[in-house]
Design a protein around this ligand. Structure first.
Ligand SMILES: C[S@@+](CC[C@H](N)C(=O)[O-])C[C@H]1O[C@@H](n2cnc3c(N)ncnc32)[C@H](O)[C@@H]1O
Length: 225
């Protein structure tokens, strides 16, 4: 399994209708963004490879992702699922690209074919990913789910209320054994962490592994095995 390499992805995107670039809004995080837009910002290369490896090591076969954004996490999870023979359902309402800020509070579905969606399609086709997408908002998406998931990635909750919304939403759809990764867990206060711990029996682990000083935007992981 060769690692996902962001510079290679940027080079590849030169042939797509929409191009990727290094994030300038969050330059210290080293995520990707659309060439001319500051938001959204993707997960980092380290995080992408970490999630992909985890899926392969644990043999996860049914993934749920909120949210697609630039589809870099979709690529990571999708490649992992391709290797295990699994499938990923990814969800986004494309509000962040539309607003060019990180949305807070209730958001509706925005233009269903923004540039992020074009990047998603290019990535899915190029890498032959076993990924299906729903363009819908959280929490509405939870009434549309029809299967159990053994891998969940949350990259949309950015405060305690969002976290509660998505934990409550996904809870009934968790398989017997599962992993949940949550991005930007520095956004949650003790109230959010306590809610998580009460619901799942213990708090998630925070991973600080982004290489350079100042890059402490923790990815959280919780495994039930
Ligand atoms: C940080 S970006 C995701 C980046 C992506 N995981 C990646 O690695 O490229 C967050 C995404 O959440 C979406 N979003 C925000 N609120 C949402 C909601 N209530 N329902 C669905 N999607 C939402 C935004 O449109 C944005 O694309």
């Amino acid at each position: 399994m060769s690692d996902i390499n962001f510079q290679e992805l940027i080079d590849l995107s030169q042939n797509w209708s929409v191009k990727l670039d290094w994030s300038k809004a969050h330059h210290q995080i080293k995520g990707l963004r659309l060439e001319n837009k500051p938001y959204p910002v993707s997960i980092t290369e380290v995080e992408a490879n970490l999630m992909r490896r985890h899926i392969v090591e644990k043999g996860c076969k049914s993934g749920f992702e909120l949210a697609t954004g630039l589809a870099i996490s979709t690529l990571a999870i999708g490649l992992g699922m391709k290797e295990t023979g699994g499938k990923l359902l990814t969800v986004d309402n494309y509000s962040e690209e539309h607003l060019q800020v990180q949305p807070t509070g209730p958001t509706s579905v925005w233009d269903a074919y923004p540039d992020c969606h074009k990047v998603f399609q290019s990535i899915r086709t190029h890498f032959g990913l076993p990924v299906e997408q729903l363009i819908i908002s959280s929490p509405e998406v939870y009434s549309r789910l029809d299967r159990k998931f053994d891998f969940v990635f949350l990259d949309c909750p950015k405060d305690d209320n969002d976290l509660k919304r998505d934990l409550d939403g996904i809870f009934p759809f968790l398989a017997e054994k599962y992993t949940i990764f949550i991005h930007d867990s520095h956004c949650f206060t003790k109230a959010g962490e306590d809610y998580f711990a009460a619901k799942f029996g213990r708090l998630y682990d925070k991973i600080h592994r982004f290489g350079e000083v100042g890059q402490h935007f923790p990815l959280a992981v919780y495994c039930r095995e």
